[in-house]
Each structure stands twice: as C-alpha cells, then as structure tokens.
Design a protein around this ligand. Structure first.
Ligand code: NBX
Length: 806
C-alpha cells in the first residue's frame, strides 16, 4: 500500500519512539536518518523476499556480477525515488521542519571503489533491478572505502574513510550463509578409496566469509535484487590458531581496505588473497544455492547461472569454478570446462599496459596452490589444443602462464565465452591492437557494450530544477524511459524553453557556488563559465593540459588586461593514487596556480581555479548539474570509455573532447556542431608510435606561447613549486611528453577560444545545451544492461511481475 504524507509522518515518529525512545523534536539528525532508513528498508523488504522467491520458483536464469569494487555513493534518495516515495517523503519531512536534502547529507558515501569501474558496477546494479532483470552483485565489504582527500599546503593528504562509523542501515548480515575459503599451505593429489584423484590440503588457512546483503531497488517495479558483499572472520574451528592479537589482525586485515590504485597492480599478497576470497565465497554460495533451490543436475548449471567478470580482478572465477566442478562435484575436466566457459563472461576496461594484471608464479603458487595447479592444467590444455590450429608464436603469446607470470586477462578470455570493451572505439582497439592475438583465435568471443549511466540518479535525483522544466515541456515519460528526452529536440528554437533551462542551470550554479565558498573560501560568480574536469588524476587524462591552458590565459591577461573573454571558473575534482608520485605533483601545481591566480588583483576574478578536495560520488552530484563545459581531454586511444562525459552531457554541459572512448559516440549523438573536438585522433597517435618521430623539444623551441607557459613552471612565475615545476617541465621536455600534451596544445587552445565565443551568444549556447540533454538518453545504463542481458548473459526480464503481484 502506498504511503501518504500523513502516514509517513506517523510512521516516522512511531519508529523513533520504538528504536530510540525519543520524540522527533529531541532526535539528532543521525537518529532521524537511521529511522528514516529503517522505514524505507521496511517498505521494500517484502518485495526483496518476493523477488527472490519469484526467481527461484520460476527457475529464472540469473547473472552474478563479480566486481572487486562497487561505488554506490548515498542510497537514501535513490531508494526513495525508486520506491515512488521521494515526493511524499520530502513533503512529510518539510511539514516536520526537516529538509530532506540536508538530512540526506548525513549518509556516509559508500565508496568501495576507485572510480569509473566501481561506479559503473553500481549503475549496472540500479539498471539491472530497474529493468526487472534477475541479477546480483558480488564483491567485498571493505571496512574502509577509498581514502578521504585533504589538501595541506597544496599537497594531497590521505585520511581513512570510516564509512561504517554510525552503522550502515542498508545492509543485512547473513551469518547463516557464511562459507569457508581455504588459502595457503600445500596441496597434492592422492587417490581416494574409489581410485579417484583428489586434492589433499596441508597447513592451509581457513577463512570465514560472511555475507552482508544490500537490496538493490528497481525503479517502480517491485523488484529488489541483491548486492552481496563478503567480510572476513575467524572460523570457530580455527579459533585456537589465532590466539595472538597480531595473528587475528592479519587475518581481519584481509577485507579492511580497498586498494586505492586504479591502474597499477602491485602484485601484493593481500590483494591476491582478496581476489580469491570474494570469488571463492561467491561461487560457493551460487553452487550451494543452485543445488538446494534449483535442484537441477550440475551439468545444467549454464542454463541457470551466468557469471560476469568485471575487469580481471575476479578472473579466478574460472579456476575456482573448475575446482568446484572437478574436485567437489566430480565432473570430468572436459565437462567442467564446457560449463565454465559457458557460464563466464568478461569485460575489459583498459588498454593501458601497466593496468593489465599479472601475478608471479611464485606468489600465486604460495598463496593459492590449488588455483595454480588448475591454471597450469588449463594452460597446458590450451597450448595442446591451439598448437594444432595456430602458429607456435601466437599460441605462446596468448598462453596464461608465460615468462614466470600468470596473465589474468588471458585467463579471463580463454575461460569465458565473451570479452567486451566499453565503447566502440575501445572495443575496436582491443580487437586490432591490444588483444589482437586473441581476436585471431576467438573472433566470435569479442563484442562491444558501450557504457551507460544510471539516468534517474544522474538527472532526476541530482538535478531537480532541470527535471521540473523537462516535466513541463515534454511530460514525465522521460523519467522512466530516458529515450523520451529526445522529445526535447522539438524545442531547440523555443526561446521560452531555452530560458527556463538556463534558469535551472543558474540555480544549480548558485548552489555549487555556495558550496565552493563554504568548502574553499573562494568566491565564484555564476556569470562565469563553469568549466569542469572531474575524474581520477592520471597523466593520460591530461589534467595538466587543462592547467597549461589556464596558465596561458593568465599570461595573456597579465600582458593585456583588456583581452576580451568570458569569465571562467575552472573546477577540478580528482584523487591521485597515494603511490602515484607524478599525479600528486600535478595536484600540487594546480593548487599553487590556483593560489596565484585567484589572489592576483590584475586578474580581477576573470579566471578562477577551484580544486575541490575529496572528489566522490556525492561531490559529483553537486558539480555535474552546475557544469557548462565538460573536459574530456585524454590522449586519443587511452580512455576506454569515460562515464562522467555522459553524466555531464545529460545535465546540459557542452563537451570539449578528444576523439577518445565514448566521446566519439557522444559526438555522433549530438552532431559536430554541438561538441568541441580537438587533438590527435587515435590513428594519428599510433602513427607517431610507429614512426617514433615525436619531439617535444622541437615544439618547445618553435612555439613561443608554449615556451612561455612551460617556463612558468621553472622561472618562479608559479610560486612554491620549485621541485614540482621542474618535474613537470622535465616530463614534457626531457622525457618527451609521453601523452602528447604539447602536440595537442594549439588545437586545445583553439577549441577553448571557440567555446569562449559561443558562450557569448546566449541563445546559441542554450540551444547546444538543450541538444545535449535531449540526446543524453542514449547513454542510459538501462540500455547497456539490456544489451548484456540479451547478447551475453541470456537472461530475461521479469516484465509480468508487477501484474502478477497485483
Ligand atoms: O572504467 C575505467 C576506465 O578508465 C574508464 O574509461 C571507463 O569508463 C570505466 C568504466 O568502464 N577504469 C577504471 O575505473 N579502473 C579502475 O578503477 C581500476 C581499479 C583497480 C585496478 C585497476 C583499475 N586495479
């Protein structure tokens, strides 16, 4: 039964009394939040159970999305929206003198991910439920999420993210579903009484994996799927082995922290154990459930279960499934392999060589001896089969165990039936360059699934002013089917609509300006262009190119204060991996440039730099609705897809981009006239690599503008960066500018000048903005997961569910 405003208020008060013996008027924000959370959870708990029963009773094939990262951010408003309660809750709380938006700020961000990959996993969880698809997440419940970022004297400082302090109202601990995971020790094979070879474990450690489940609420469809995150504990049977505090600590450390590096796998023992821990726990629980609830022979597993490997971190799914099928279910190797390949599918998220995961044989063998044996067997059989079909060197290059290392991407491709990239360009590059050898061997396994974003969160929830205008202009159907945003195209010349959208943008900009003032003490004007670059800090993403352009503007203005140009606020949000020295140097330089420019009275507020600390999902929700310009300026070929590009366009920002990742598809969606493209194409980048003819020094010598900008890093123009400035300078000149910043600089500056002019023509700009919103619907993760469901997972939506439930 739907909850009306009065009932809502009554229930909230009642629950407060029951849980805290308190009246609303005396409760703290945290207490009210917890109570509201419990109320919301109670509203979906029946549907959660019913969804599960439905899948089991109908023997629905289900997908399990294995990801070592999930990045949901806050869940209160999203759950309220999906339950159709957002407006009621807002009004009821207003009556009680409580502002929903400030109350929502009490919730700690669930930040169990680094960036795009983890956020994508969470967008998929939302969309899978909202499309009524039978799908669940499987991951790790880290006690500490991604570090909190502060700036001290312009340097990044990392603090622990204690997100569980104050409790997590959404999760349910399911002790009864715990499983044991075995690591370390030795394994050898011995014949059992029936003459079968069985693994014997010696001196292994047993870890108890306890699941915490969180409901993934679908949008107004009574579907609630499950995100299952595993936490480590000491099993009762092992208690006497863990008598020292240090021993206990070591074990409990396993799920304590998320590794904060989003590119460099450092081959750490704990990381490898983390990977195996959630993979083994997840697969064991799937098999247990399958046997108990589906009751079909194990040989039919692939008809009921699909497992998705999100990047290579869960690639041990392949040998772990083999272990269970062969060692425990006693299937033949051939039968087990056939099932495993049918069940597994894999997504690649990067072509950057340093991010391709490899483990030394030695570490693998010591940490996961049985896994290693199985991978050796997979590798040997692969070589044997392929040798008859392909040249020797091709087979050698593609095998799993090679040069003393285990190649996880090879394992994932060989052990699954589908490998996909995350944008058209990326998927093409995978086939033609990075994984070309595998494409020769398995041409049918490769496919593309362009990323998408949870549109309800990234439009309706974060941008109410815009959403209200859309409702008035095109009706409300876009809220369920974002394809209907297209209807807005009919209004591209409607002055009234353009003005209303511009007003909404202004409201968002003012809100962000208030936040900026509060967080950084910097005053910014909403008349300025809000130019936004928000993503992890990486050399290839080229935040430094953005900075070089800002320094140029600064120098132009110093030279001639009368230069005609729009006011601009350059907004950055970015965390650097704690061990990524160069990225941290860039942060320091941006912060020092900010201090210089923001306080220079000659500049007179015409340009400002705002580097907001601690970029995370909640901060993204504040920045994105207020953005005018979306910086997507990675070196072509390096960014697999990007997803902030999609969120920003959906909120009416104009994209300034290289032809990289999904930017290419954004251009196709909005047309050349509604996006600013610059820089080398991916083809040209590869030509430079082939001909080895790039010389940054030459550009520096010949281009006076670039020379002046670069000199600012070493001649004291930007203060307090004696060492950092030199490092930047050397990276560009002495070490020849790995990401071609100097090569793309002129065309970037030109594109920025075009943007400056365009912004001066109000109607022209507003029309571009409208066209971006109208075409943003194409990048909905609803569409993306439907494609996965149809092409890869072979699962079907539960479309009749709502009517069946009555
Ligand atoms: O995945 C990102 C890509 O860089 C983006 O282009 C893409 O849009 C996004 C979703 O497909 N990759 C990413 O975020 N990687 C990681 O976060 C990562 C984390 C840990 C790790 C390696 C990579 N060991």
């Amino acid at each position: 039964m739907a909850l009306d405003k009065e009932m809502f208020k009554k229930e909230l008060r009642q629950r407060l009394r029951e849980n805290y013996a308190m009246e609303l008027e005396d409760a703290s924000e945290q207490e009210i939040f917890n109570t509201l959370g419990a109320l919301v959870k109670a509203r979906y708990s029946d549907a959660w159970g019913d969804t599960w029963k439905y899948y089991v009773n109908k023997k629905k094939k289900q997908v399990y999305y294995f990801s070592i990262e999930f990045l949901p951010g806050r869940m209160l408003k999203s759950n309220l929206l999906n339950l159709g309660m957002l407006d009621t809750a807002r009004e009821a709380l207003t009556d009680l003198g409580i502002d929903l938006d400030s109350l929502a700020e009490v919730e700690k961000d669930m930040a169990l991910g680094n960036g795009g990959l983890g956020r994508l996993a969470s967008c998929f969880m939302d969309s899978i439920a909202s499309c009524g698809l039978p799908g669940n997440g499987n991951g790790i419940r880290y006690d500490y999420g991604l570090f909190k970022q502060r700036f001290v004297d312009g340097y990044q400082v990392e603090l622990p993210d204690e997100w569980l302090q104050g409790g997590n109202i959404w999760e349910v601990r399911r002790e009864s579903k715990a499983v044991d995971v075995r690591v370390g020790g030795h394994v050898y094979l011995a014949e059992n009484s029936e003459g079968k070879l069985k693994p014997i474990y010696e001196n292994e450690r047993v870890l108890r994996a306890v699941p915490y489940d969180t409901g993934m609420v679908g949008f107004e469809n009574n579907v609630v799927n499950t995100l299952r995150l595993w936490s480590v504990e000491i099993p009762d049977s092992e208690e006497d082995k863990y008598q020292s505090i240090q021993g206990r600590r070591e074990l409990e450390d396993l799920t304590a922290v998320l590794y904060p590096d989003d590119s460099n796998e450092q081959g750490r023992l704990i990381r490898l154990t983390q990977e195996y821990f959630f993979v083994s726990a997840g697969i064991q629980s799937i098999i247990r459930r399958y046997k108990k609830r589906i009751g079909q022979p194990i040989s039919k597993l692939s008809e009921y279960v699909s497992i998705h490997i999100n990047d290579t971190h869960p690639a041990l799914c392949v040998p772990e499934m083999m272990r269970i099928l062969v060692d425990e279910e006693e299937l033949s190797w051939e039968q087990a392999w056939d099932i495993t390949v049918k069940v597994m599918s894999y997504t690649n998220h990067t072509i950057m060589a340093e991010a391709l995961e490899k483990w030394s044989i030695d570490l693998m063998r010591r940490t996961l001896p049985r896994m290693y044996q199985i991978m050796e067997e997979i590798d040997a059989r692969y070589v044997q089969t392929m040798r008859e079909l392909h040249p020797h060197d091709l087979v050698e290059r593609t095998r799993i165990i090679r040069n003393g290392q285990v190649h996880m991407a090879h394992l994932a491709i060989i052990g699954s039936h589908s490998t996909n990239g995350v944008a058209k360009l990326h998927s093409d590059l995978i086939k033609s360059v990075v994984l070309h050898d595998f494409y020769i061997i398995y041409p049918d396994r490769f496919n593309n699934k362009t990323n998408g974003v949870a549109q309800r969160r990234w439009s309706q929830i974060v941008n109410e002013p815009m959403s209200n205008v859309l409702d008035d202009v095109i009706g409300k159907t876009w809220r369920k089917d974002s394809g209907d945003l297209k209807l807005l195209m009919n209004y591209q010349s409607d002055q009234v609509v353009l003005e209303r959208l511009a007003e909404a943008k202004k409201v968002n900009k003012q809100k962000l300006a208030d936040y900026i003032l509060e967080a950084t003490d910097i005053n910014v004007s909403t008349d300025a262009i809000f130019d936004v670059q928000i993503k992890r800090l990486h050399a290839y993403k080229r935040q430094l190119l953005n900075l070089l352009h800002i320094i140029k503007l600064y120098q132009d203005l110093k030279e001639n204060p009368n230069v005609a140009m729009q006011k601009r606020v350059f907004i950055f949000g970015a965390k650097a991996a704690p061990s990524y020295h160069y990225a941290k140097v860039i942060i320091k330089c941006i912060n020092e440039a900010a201090r210089l420019i923001n306080n220079d009275s000659d500049i007179n507020d015409r340009i400002k730099i705002v580097f907001l600390p601690n970029y995370n999902v909640s901060l993204a929700e504040k920045i994105i609705p207020a953005a005018d310009v979306s910086e997507q300026i990675s070196l072509a070929s390096k960014e697999a897809s990007g997803t902030s590009n999609m969120k920003l366009m959906l909120n009416g920002a104009i994209t300034l981009a290289t032809l990289d990742g999904a930017n290419v598809e954004i251009r196709d969606a909005v047309g050349d006239d509604n996006i600013y493209i610059f820089g080398l194409t991916e083809k040209e980048v590869y030509e430079y690599y082939e001909n080895q003819e790039y010389t940054a020094q030459k550009i520096y010598d010949e281009n006076a503008v670039i020379r002046r900008v670069l000199n600012a890093f070493i001649d004291g123009t930007i203060p307090n960066i004696v060492y950092e400035g030199r490092e930047i300078f050397d990276s560009l000149i002495k070490y020849n500018d790995e990401y071609f910043l100097l090569r793309d600089f002129d065309s970037y500056v030109k594109a920025q000048e075009d943007i400056d002019k365009a912004y001066g023509d109000r109607t022209f700009w507003q029309k571009m903005s409208l066209i971006n919103i109208a075409n943003g619907g194409r990048f909905s993760s609803d569409e993306t997961v439907r494609r996965y469901a149809e092409d890869i997972w072979k699962i079907e939506p539960k479309d009749s569910f709502v009517t069946e439930k009555g």
